[in-house]
Design a binder for this molecule. Structure first.
Ligand SMILES: [Zn+2]
Length: 875
């Protein structure tokens, strides 16, 4: 990690700036400025605390920070997802033990569900990254990630490690360990029980056990050793609890020889909070997962099971036997008495009085040779001195974004909130021009100065660094190794300064932010982003077509600066057709948005492809879209990527025309039915009409029997006669929790937890002659290709003899399950229950899923003459 607040950085800063100047006029500008933002990243510690506006700690908090200067120990907590981490233990390590503590989440949690909005996949990962940063800002930890992608549920580490690139994940873990240098590693999960929990969980523990040794081996990931040194952590634990033993009784009886017990129930007077209260505040940051949590008070026991390394000499102290004092640093023994005297003399009413002694201690630390602890402690110490001196630095612009090549005014506020006089030297460069470069600030002085930010014309639009390149199913990809582990690349632009007080110069940098006053929220500070000159976006990610019926496709262009005339066109697959071929637009003003509608027509035969919209202005082309993710609990996020949507003509026949859809927990299946020509009427379970006879099929949304059990039970006496008289009842997956065999439709079905998580698992068509496999569309093995995330979940394991199981499938090394799709004739009608993940496959445009859907809703309708939505005869 490149820490700028250190002696190393100070010495090199001028060199670096000279380097910038010398290289600025060369062709490498573009390349260089991409890397300079990375080069001038905040050090990890500072970046994660001061991501936006500066927060001034109070006198008690500063005292606590000073206490921390005396502890030289490091802990790395390892798990797989945002929310796996034990915030109580992390908070206790950071605040009670005062250890440098970090949570390494192998993934960003993209595969989960979003309880607060529509974002999924990489956008959900962006939200969870920010939620983890907020959590760490609350509990005092730092945050790391690897390139591993949360691709969805995985039963077994074997599957996980086939989809992740195991070597790359370990390479990242080893790099993080070699940089962070933890004395202790703590796994959240048990590495010895594959199959008992999410495969990602077990994998995180298994890999952690391996990299504990690998980081110390100079033959492993040797190329890292050009910049880093090998590192051997002293010991590794598993953060166990009774839960991992099955019951409290079983845990009670278990052999605890290898367990150490810690009381994590500390109360912190300087915060006015108990450790568990902080842990709850931290956990409650996981809003997208609905993990709001209440705090508790009093004693709280945490158990750590010793796995490897040296056993603690004292079972009540996880660091025992490891030197965590200044004496671990060569020449550092003189620091501790200085610190103790500073702490003893600290005046809570006049904290600024500690500055001279701290500066003296700083001079001592600067003389030390150890680069690791010296850098860390100088960074912490400089922050404390600046806080004691009441140094407030803020740079803001009044717009959330700008385009490359723009120049805009930056307001810089410098304030002295103490009795300590200091001088601020602002360090301008080609990007940030400042007229007044040196200012003296006396007690309670505040100065506002103007600067100009000149964004280079080749500057890239802001987007998460790990999303710039296309990754694989299991891995993100990026080239810049120095970003390994980092949650985000940090602010686009920073102002650099030296603060001079009592003859010592301290380096400090602060971000240019977007500051505004919101009528409801008050002062709001958000990141400042670079946007493309024109943003071009398509309305939907997937367009599904029914027959050759054309569909309107809306394209929105937004001018992010004043633009001359240009044109808009759509790129599309060869066998498709589009009208018009392009639109011309006149001058667009900054901020102007325009919508254009193309008519897209699929070919007769089944076909799929990609469309994308392109804006041409003069010789330039633009195709980036800007996605904003705005929630109050995290900083606004921006994703910039090339626009692209899928167009799919499954080439299917659908004979069902009128469908009743009973809403469940929420899915987009009703839209999918409309896309293939069905006329859908949506109902809440409590509002389903008495007479269902006019509907060709009644489709029940996912988990409807879980979320509206009583209303669904009350529907039974309407659904039963409906089916008996020739209707089709199609039920999608429910979890087995609280559902008994007579709850689901007129015939008994017993649900299980059986699922097939491998989306490529082989599917055996058990009943190829069955109507549902042949009418109106012939289903064949290719229809199970290209599925996403999984095959299905919570499959029935027992069913009434009237049902016929249609498909067989299984995950690797497991027995075939036959409950993914079962169909029964009932009276004149049909009952279908399916745990297939149609709710995932249909929005993803999977053709085979559309054909299956069409057959399910069409099973009881029309033969041989078949009509589509427009009344055209199809056969
Ligand atoms: Zn998890």
């Amino acid at each position: 990690m490149i820490g700028i607040g250190s002696a190393f950085a100070k010495a090199n800063l001028h060199k670096i700036l000279r380097f910038v100047n010398s290289i600025f006029t060369t062709d490498m500008k573009h390349l260089f400025f991409t890397s300079i933002t990375a080069l001038f990243l905040y050090s990890t510690a500072v970046a994660q605390e001061n991501r936006l506006a500066q927060k001034q700690p109070n006198t008690a908090e500063i005292y606590h920070q000073m206490e921390k200067l005396g502890f030289l120990g490091t802990v790395l907590y390892v798990a797989a997802h945002p929310d796996d981490e034990n915030t109580r233990l992390i908070s206790w390590l950071a605040n009670d033990q005062m250890a440098r503590t970090a949570y390494l989440s192998l993934t960003r949690g993209d595969g989960g569900q979003n309880l607060i909005g529509p974002q999924l996949r990489e956008q959900l990962g962006m939200i969870r990254t920010q939620e983890l940063l907020e959590a760490r800002n609350t509990d005092g930890g730092l945050q790391f990630f690897t390139r591993a992608n949360d691709f969805g549920y995985s039963k077994h580490p074997e599957e996980t490690l086939e989809i992740w690139n195991e070597q790359e994940v370990m390479e990242d873990m080893v790099r993080i360990i070699r940089e962070f240098q933890p004395d202790v590693i703590i796994n959240r999960f048990n590495h010895r029980t594959p199959g008992s929990t999410h495969g990602h969980h077990t994998s995180s523990a298994m890999l952690s056990m391996k990299v504990f040794d690998f980081a110390a081996d100079k033959t492993i990931y040797a190329s890292q050793l050009k910049e880093l040194e090998t590192w051997q952590a002293q010991r590794i634990f598993f953060n166990t609890s009774w839960w991992f033993y099955g019951s409290e009784e079983a845990f009670e009886k278990a052999d605890k020889t290898n367990l150490i017990e810690l009381d994590a129930g500390t109360y912190y007077p300087y915060k006015g909070l108990s450790n568990s209260e902080i842990a709850a505040l931290s956990r409650s940051k996981h809003q997208s997962q609905g993990f709001g949590s209440s705090g508790s008070r009093g004693s709280q026991t945490e158990y750590l099971e010793y796995l490897k390394g040296s056993f603690p000499t004292d079972k009540s102290d996880l660091f025992s036997g490891i030197n965590t004092t200044w004496t671990r640093v060569k020449g550092g023994s003189s620091i501790l008495p200085l610190l103790n005297s500073i702490l003893a003399n600290y005046d809570f009413k006049n904290p600024t009085a500690s500055i001279p002694a701290l500066l003296e201690m700083r001079a001592q630390i600067e003389k030390l040779k150890d680069e690791h602890w010296k850098k860390i402690k100088l960074e912490e110490l400089d922050q404390i001195i600046l806080d004691l001196a009441g140094v407030y630095l803020e740079a803001s612009v009044n717009t959330p974004s700008a385009t490359a090549g723009e120049s805009l005014r930056v307001n810089i506020e410098l304030t002295n909130r103490s009795s300590e006089k200091f001088k601020v030297s602002l360090l301008p460069n080609q990007l940030i021009q400042i007229e007044e470069k040196e200012l003296r600030l006396n007690e309670n002085d505040t100065k506002t100065i103007e600067a100009t930010l000149n964004i280079p014309p080749y500057y890239e639009a802001s987007t998460p660094y790990y999303l710039k390149e296309k990754g694989s199913l299991g891995m993100y990809q990026f080239k810049n190794k120095s970003l390994t582990g980092k949650p985000e690349k940090g602010p686009e632009f920073i102002v650099r300064t030296f603060i001079e007080l009592q003859g010592t110069r301290l380096y400090r940098e602060f971000p240019i932010i977007h500051k505004r006053t919101d009528p409801v929220r008050g002062e709001v500070n958000e990141p400042f982003y670079i946007v493309p000159e024109v943003a071009v976006s398509l309305e939907n990610p997937v367009y599904v077509f029914s027959g050759t019926t054309p569909q309107p496709v809306q394209v929105t262009i937004k001018a992010n600066k004043d633009l001359p005339k240009g044109s808009l066109e759509l790129c599309y697959p060869e066998d498709w057709s589009i009208t018009p071929t392009n639109f011309n637009f006149k001058r667009l003003e900054k901020g102007e948005k325009k919508n254009y509608t193309f008519n897209v027509q699929p070919p007769k035969k089944a076909s799929r492809g990609v469309i994308s919209a392109l804006v041409k202005i003069g010789s330039q082309t633009f195709k980036q879209e800007v996605i904003n993710i705005d929630y109050d609990h995290i900083p606004d996020q921006q994703l910039v990527r090339d626009n692209e949507s899928q167009v799919v003509n499954p080439g299917l026949i659908n004979t069902a025309q009128t469908i009743a859809y009973i809403n469940g927990a929420g899915d987009d299946v009703a839209q999918a039915i409309e896309a293939i020509g069905g006329n859908v009427f949506k109902f809440e379970p409590s509002e389903v009409p008495d007479d269902l006879s006019k509907y060709d099929a009644v489709v029940v949304g996912i988990r409807a029997y879980n979320v509206a059990k009583e209303d669904m039970a009350a529907l039974q006496n309407r659904l039963e006669p409906y089916v008996k008289n020739g209707g089709t009842l199609m039920m999608q997956y429910n979890t087995n929790r609280g559902i008994s065999q007579n709850d689901l439709g007129p015939l008994p079905i017993t649900l299980s937890r059986k699922r097939v998580t491998d989306e490529n698992a082989t599917v055996t068509i058990l009943e190829p002659q069955h109507k549902i496999m042949s009418y109106p569309n012939a289903i064949n093995p290719t229809d199970f290709e290209g599925w996403v995330q999984e095959r299905g979940l919570y499959f029935p394991e027992q069913w009434d003899a009237a049902f016929t199981p249609i498909l067989g499938m299984s995950d690797k090394n497991e027995k075939m399950t036959k409950g993914s799709l079962i169909v029964a004739e009932y009276g004149k009608g049909h009952i279908i229950y399916t745990g297939l993940s149609l709710f995932r496959e249909l929005p993803a445009g999977v053709s085979g899923a559309y054909k299956l859907l069409a057959n399910m809703i069409s099973i009881g309708v029309g033969t041989p003459s078949i009509k589509n939505k427009d009344g055209q005869t199809k056969l």
